[in-house]
Design a binder for this molecule. Structure first.
Ligand code: FES
Length: 118
């Protein structure tokens, strides 16, 4: 069932805002007037993703820069490695893994954004 998340005017194109619906923490993203709803907590270490950057459909985590596609929640890249200068990080290091984000259907109706949170 779709539930009103916020007024569309609250988020400029390219912007994001966190909301809580039915106890779920969600980030609403505005990509060129189309809205997407993704899980708020980063799949790596739970950073609040609305504090990151949205470039097109790519949401970059503010903490270690993992990137996610807001259309699918797919993790496009893991967190940035913390190797000392001159060293090469091991790509098999579990600390460099993240998981995708949960997403929910979102739609614009009457100037408001509704999200189907189940
Ligand atoms: S918390 Fe998001 S990349 Fe580490």
């Amino acid at each position: 069932m779709f539930v009103k998340a916020l007024d569309a005017a609250e988020i400029a194109p390219g912007g994001m805002k966190a909301v809580t619906i039915n106890g779920r923490e969600i980030v609403i993203c505005n990509h060129a007037g189309t809205f997407y709803a993704v899980e708020r907590a980063c799949g790596h270490a739970k950073a609040r993703l609305e504090r990151g950057a949205l470039t097109g459909w790519i949401l970059t985590c503010p903490l270690h820069y993992a990137q996610f596609d807001i259309r699918s929640g797919e993790a496009l890249s893991g967190p940035a490695p913390k190797a000392p200068a001159g060293a090469h990080p091991d790509p098999r290091d579990p600390a460099l893994k993240t998981v995708g984000l949960k997403t929910w259907p979102a739609r614009l109706e009457g100037g408001a954004v509704f999200v189907d949170v189940q």
